[in-house]
Design a protein around this ligand. Structure first.
Ligand code: HEC
Length: 162
């Protein structure tokens, strides 16, 4: 007369008679958390995508001027400039916006840079040599330099009277 070894498992608690209160709150919490995270990501994305005001000012100026657009095309498409330069970052050569920033206060920035583009440069930014560009004409070099200087941050008209 041993005790029965096997018993039926105890009946599972009836879900209807015992509503899962706790898991409902957990659900609400998870949804709220997901909402906060989602909104946060959206906001970060917005901040990343929003262009800097100085960038939009330069863009407006360029869009209004065929000569500046011509200069942009010459630099970004027709020549080898983008092999060593980018808009923002210093890679082999300095970033174009950094060049514009550096010479922003020089009245002769456009002729100076036009000469550098044609004759090459070394020692201004580092020890890497920028090669000469004899195939670039004087007029093309000035268009290029004009576009470059339009990228300068405080895009006030060049020399303001004292
Ligand atoms: C082989 C790489 C290379 C190519 C191609 C190149 N650059 Fe450069 N660029 C450089 C380097 C390196 C410097 C920094 C030179 C220095 O320190 O004086 C520079 C500097 C410059 C400067 C600033 C010069 C100064 O005196 O501050 C300008 C403007 C410039 N490049 C424009 C151009 C344009 C426009 C083109 C296309 C026609 C071009 N670069 C093609 C590597 C290059």
């Amino acid at each position: 007369m041993s005790e029965p070894q096997h018993q039926d498992p105890p009946p599972a608690s009836d879900p209807d008679s015992d509503p899962p209160r706790r898991s409902r709150w957990l659900g609400v919490l998870i949804v709220a958390f997901a909402l906060v995270v989602g909104l946060g990501m959206f906001n970060i994305g917005r901040l990343i995508i929003r262009p800097k005001p100085e960038v939009t000012a330069a863009d407006r100026l360029i869009e209004a001027s065929p000569r500046l657009q011509q200069g942009r095309e010459l630099v970004t498409r027709s020549s080898d400039c983008m092999r060593c330069h980018t808009m923002e970052l210093d890679v082999v050569g300095p970033g174009f916006r950094n060049i514009a920033k550096r010479y922003a206060d020089r009245d002769d920035a456009v002729p100076y840079l036009a000469r550098k583009i044609r004759e090459g440069s070394v020692g201004e930014w580092g020890r890497i040599v920028m090669p000469r560009h004899p195939q670039v004409t004087q007029e093309q070099a000035e268009l290029m330099a004009g576009w470059l200087m339009a990228l300068r941050p405080a895009n006030a008209p060049a020399a303001s009277p004292p």
